[in-house]
Design a protein around this ligand. Structure first.
Ligand code: HEC
Ligand code: HEC
Length: 181
């Protein structure tokens, strides 16, 4: 708002400016800790996540934050969203007006499959990969899924069916070079 455009007398403009300044100062005051260095205010404290109540395959003593970190890895490894495995709860409407997910609920088949997959992956690492000397690459969801819910079938490139070709001896002088195949 430009006070001059209101065509008020100078005294009224000065009063208005003072009032606006006062309001702005008051509005700023309760805004949490200010950065003493004068830069932007420090970031808000990290969100806290509720402790899990229905873990059947992950270690039961994980904190809410640890479960959250694992879930975000699964989400990324499979290229899906939380709602691929978790059911919305029509009785719990969130601030955006949409039902929140009920993470402890077990009704989606994808959640059951993910439990099986987790157990399988742990088994592969504990009982097989760990036996390979100097193994540094444990199997993760992403090893197979690579950003897809259903792992894509691997198609062998046509040139590599027989493995690498042996180096070809140069043809004797005077012979035609072999046709490329
Ligand atoms: C591929 C399926 C899958 C995806 C995607 C997924 N989850 Fe999960 N989630 C599970 C499974 C399976 C469990 C139960 C693990 C267990 O039984 O130990 C679980 C458990 C949880 C729990 C603990 C619930 C409780 O109280 O026991 C929370 C919280 C959670 N997920 C949040 C999320 C969030 C947030 C996302 C998205 C960032 C997400 N999940 C994405 C499969 C998934
Ligand atoms: C050794 C390879 C491998 C690993 C490791 C693996 N998966 Fe899978 N996963 C598969 C295959 C194969 C399928 C079956 C795909 C199909 O044909 O539908 C599958 C299917 C799934 C499905 C069902 C997909 C659907 O269409 O409903 C989910 C969910 C899933 N995996 C989650 C996970 C999670 C979570 C992890 C890690 C904890 C994981 N997988 C690790 C190979 C793997």
């Amino acid at each position: 708002m430009k006070p001059s455009s209101l065509a008020l007398p100078a005294s009224a403009t000065a009063l208005l400016t003072a009032a606006v300044f006062a309001v702005a100062t008051v509005a700023q005051a309760p805004q949490g800790p200010q950065n003493p260095a004068g830069g932007p205010p420090p970031p808000p404290p990290p969100r806290t996540y509720l402790a899990p109540t229905n873990l059947k395959v992950l270690p039961k003593n994980l904190t809410g934050q640890q479960v959250r970190d694992i879930m975000e890895q699964w989400e990324g490894s499979l290229g899906v969203h939380c709602s691929t495995c978790h059911t919305p709860d029509p009785n719990n409407i969130g601030p955006n007006g949409r039902p929140q997910l009920n993470f402890a609920d077990d009704s989606k088949p994808e959640k059951a499959t993910a439990r099986l997959m987790y157990t399988m992956t742990e088994d592969i690492n504990r009982n097989y990969v760990s036996r390979i000397e100097s193994s540094e690459a444990p199997v993760t969801c992403g090893t197979c899924h690579r950003g897809h819910l259903g792992p894509e079938p691997f198609v062998i490139p046509p040139d590599e069916h027989d493995g690498p070709r042996p180096p070809q001896a140069p043809p004797p002088a005077g012979t035609k070079p072999p046709l490329p195949h």
